[in-house]
Design a protein around this ligand. Structure first.
Ligand SMILES: [Zn+2]
Ligand SMILES: [Zn+2]
Length: 546
C-alpha cells in the first residue's frame, strides 16, 4: 500500500508539501510556505503543520525540492527545527535556500545533497528520477518516484517553453520514456488551467522591456521577483544593447545576482553590472536599475524609494519603472499604493503594456494536456491549485477521455492510497496551517488572531476592578476605558454601571475567586457593548487584588 499525503498545496496555491509513504519509508516532496490572507493580521507567513511527520519521524528519509520558489522551500527552516533530515536539491536551489537555512537552523547540522536536473537518485528504497522542466526560475524539475505500487510523477511547477532564456528545454524525451514505462498517477500543476491555449514564452517579454527602454527619457528601473533570473537576464541584455549600465538595489536582489554570477546562471556582458554608487553617477540615459519590491513589501527598496525614505537612492522626475511581476493575491493594495506614489514623484510606471512586460511561469491548458499526453498516467490528480483549478482541470482531462474514477480531487491531509489496482482517498492525518508572525515563533493561535482582528476593527475596552480578597469586597467603582473605540460617549458609562451591578450581585466567596470575577466582568462588558452599542471590541479585564 502506497500513500500520497499532501500536507499543503492542494485546494490552495502555496505551502506545497507532499509525502510519499511506502511501507516504512516517507519521502517528502517540497516544503513551502504561503502568505497570510486579510483575516490573519500581523501574520508574516504560513507553513504546514508537521505533526504527522514528527509522529512518523523514524520513517522520514528526506526532502526533495523541485525548485527554489518560496511556496516550495519556505517551510523548510521550520521542518528542520523539528526533524533533521537530508535535503536533496540542485546546486542553484541550494544556493538560493542557503542564507535562510543557515540563519534559522545553523549550518553545522544541515545535510545537503545535490543532484543535477535529469539525474537519477536513490533515497532509501526509492528510485527517484528528476526531469528538467521550464519555469520562471532556473533548474526546475519534475520528480518521478518509483514506489512498490508503481511510478508516481509530480510535475512540480512547469510550462512548456520552447525558447527559454537559459536555453534549457523541458526534457520531453525523458517524460515520454517514463510514460512508456508506465505511470500510475500524475500529480500535475493546475495553476493556469483557466487559460486556454498555450502560454507565451518567457522570451516574449523581451520586446516589451526593449520598448520601455526605447521610450525612456531618463533612468530605467525594473522590479521583479529576486528569483526570476530569466527576467533579470533579459533586462541586462537590453540594457547592454542600449548602452546602459546596471545597478542592483535591495538585499534579496543583490544576493540573488551574486549567486547567479558566481554559479554562472546569468550572462553578464563585461562591465555592464556596476555598483549602485557608480550607476548614480551616470548620466540618466545610461543608467538602469534592478530593484526588489514587486509585491509592495513595506521594507523593500522600491517601496521606500516611492516614499522618498530610501537612504541609498531617490526617485527622480523622468524615471521609468517596469513593473514586471505577477501580483500575489492579497498584495494588490500595497502594490497600487506604491505605483501611485511613484507616478506622483514623476516616475512613469509601465505595468500593463500592449507588448507584455510579464508572462506566467505556469503552463496553460494545451501545455497541461500535452503533459498528460506524454505521460499517459493511469490515475491523475491536479495539484498546485484552488478548488476552482482542480475542478477545471478535471473537466479538461475528462475531455481527453479520463473517467471520473481515474481523477482525484485531493485535499490537504487526506492520503490518496494506491492499493493493488485500486486507488481511493482515505481519512485525514493530522494537518493544518501554522502561522508565524514577526516574532518568528510558529503557532499564532486562532484566539490571538481573533483578538487582533477585533482590536483592529472595533478597538478595545479595558475594565479595571479592585477587589479586597480578605473581605470579599469590591473597592471603589470599576474603571472602564476605551481605545480605538468609535461609540456614543455614554456607552462606557453604561458598561461601568452594568459591571458594578453584576459585581454587587456576587457573594463574598465568589468575589474572592478572581477568575470568577474576571469571567463575570468580561461577559457583562461584552454583552452590554454588543446590545447597547452594536460593537464587539476586544475586552481586556484587569482585576487587581489587595
Ligand atoms: Zn514555482
Ligand atoms: Zn509553486
Amino acid at each position: 500500500m502506497v500513500k500520497v499525503i499532501p500536507l499543503g498545496g492542494v485546494g490552495e496555491i502555496g505551502k506545497n508539501c507532499t509525502l510519499v509513504e511506502d511501507g516504512n519509508e516517507i519521502l517528502i516532496i517540497d516544503c513551502g510556505l504561503s502568505f497570510p490572507n486579510e483575516e490573519m493580521p500581523g501574520v508574516d507567513i504560513v507553513v504546514p503543520d508537521f505533526t504527522y511527520l514528527v509522529q512518523n519521524s523514524r520513517k522520514v528519509l528526506g526532502v526533495i525540492i523541485t525548485h527554489a520558489h518560496e511556496d516550495h522551500i519556505g517551510g523548510l527552516p521550520y521542518l528542520l527545527q523539528k526533524l533533521n533530515v537530508p535535503i536533496y536539491a540542485t546546486a542553484f536551489t541550494h544556493a538560493m535556500m542557503k542564507h535562510k537555512l543557515e540563519e534559522k537552523v545553523g549550518n553545522k547540522s544541515l545535510q545537503l545533497k545535490t543532484f543535477k536536473p535529469g539525474e537519477g537518485i536513490k533515497v532509501g528504497s526509492f528510485e527517484v528520477e528528476t526531469i528538467r522542466v521550464t519555469h520562471s526560475i532556473p533548474d526546475s524539475c519534475a520528480i518521478a518516484v518509483m514506489t512498490s505500487a508503481g511510478a508516481l510523477l509530480f510535475t512540480g511547477d512547469f510550462k512548456l517553453d520552447f525558447t527559454p532564456v537559459d536555453g534549457n528545454l523541458t526534457d520531453l524525451a525523458k517524460l515520454t520514456q517514463i510514460g512508456k514505462e508506465g505511470v500510475l498517477c500524475l500529480f500535475s500543476d493546475s495553476t493556469n488551467v483557466d487559460r486556454p491555449g498555450w502560454g507565451p514564452s518567457e522570451r516574449t517579454v523581451l520586446p516589451g522591456i526593449r520598448s520601455a527602454f526605447e521610450h525612456a527619457q531618463g533612468r530605467i528601473l525594473m522590479t521583479t521577483f529576486a528569483s526570476n533570473v530569466h527576467r533579470m537576464q533579459q533586462f541586462i541584455e537590453v540594457a547592454a544593447e542600449q548602452g546602459r549600465k546596471v545597478g542592483v538595489v535591495g538585499r534579496r536582489m543583490e544576493q540573488s545576482m551574486d549567486i547567479c554570477e558566481n554559479l554562472g546562471y546569468i550572462r553578464l556582458p563585461k562591465g555592464v553590472r556596476v555598483s549602485l554608487d557608480e550607476v548614480k553617477q551616470m548620466p540618466d540615459h545610461q543608467a538602469a536599475i534592478l530593484t526588489t519590491g514587486s509585491q509592495g513589501e513595506p521594507m523593500s527598496a522600491l517601496v521606500q524609494m516611492s516614499r522618498g525614505s530610501y537612504g541609498r537612492m531617490q526617485i527622480k522626475e523622468g524615471d521609468t519603472l517596469i513593473y514586471s511581476a505577477r501580483t500575489i493575491p492579497g498584495n494588490e493594495g500595497a502594490i497600487w499604493r506604491t505605483i501611485n506614489r511613484l507616478f506622483k514623484q514623476g516616475c512613469e510606471v509601465i505595468y500593463d503594456a500592449p507588448t507584455p512586460v510579464h508572462v506566467s511561469g505556469h503552463g496553460y491548458q494545451q501545455e497541461l494536456m500535452m503533459m498528460v499526453n506524454l505521460v499517459k498516467p493511469h490515475f491523475i490528480a491536479p495539484v498546485h491549485g484552488e478548488p476552482r483549478h482542480q475542478h477545471l482541470y478535471s473537466k479538461l482531462v475528462r475531455r481527453m477521455g479520463y473517467q471520473d474514477n481515474r481523477i482525484f480531487t485531493m485535499e490537504d491531509g487526506r492520503p490518496l492510497v494506491f492499493d493493488g489496482k485500486k486507488a481511493y482517498l482515505d481519512e485525514p492525518v493530522p494537518h493544518g496551517r501554522v502561522l508565524i508572525d514577526n516574532s518568528g515563533l510558529p503557532g499564532v493561535t486562532d484566539e490571538v488572531l481573533r483578538d487582533r482582528y477585533n482590536a483592529a476593527n472595533e478597538g478595545m475596552v479595558i475594565v479595571t476592578v479592585v477587589i479586597d480578597v480578605d473581605e470579599g469586597e469590591v473597592i471603589g467603582d470599576p474603571v472602564v476605558q476605551g481605545k480605538g473605540l468609535h461609540a456614543n460617549s455614554s456607552l462606557l458609562d453604561t458598561v461601568q454601571s452594568m459591571v458594578t451591578d453584576g459585581l454587587y450581585s456576587l457573594s463574598k466567596e465568589e468575589l474572592c475567586d478572581l477568575n470568577r470575577v474576571q469571567l463575570e466582568v468580561v461577559d457583562i462588558a461584552k454583552r452590554t457593548l454588543q446590545k447597547r452599542g452594536q460593537i464587539r471590541p476586544l475586552v481586556i479585564p484587569s482585576i487587581v487584588s489587595v
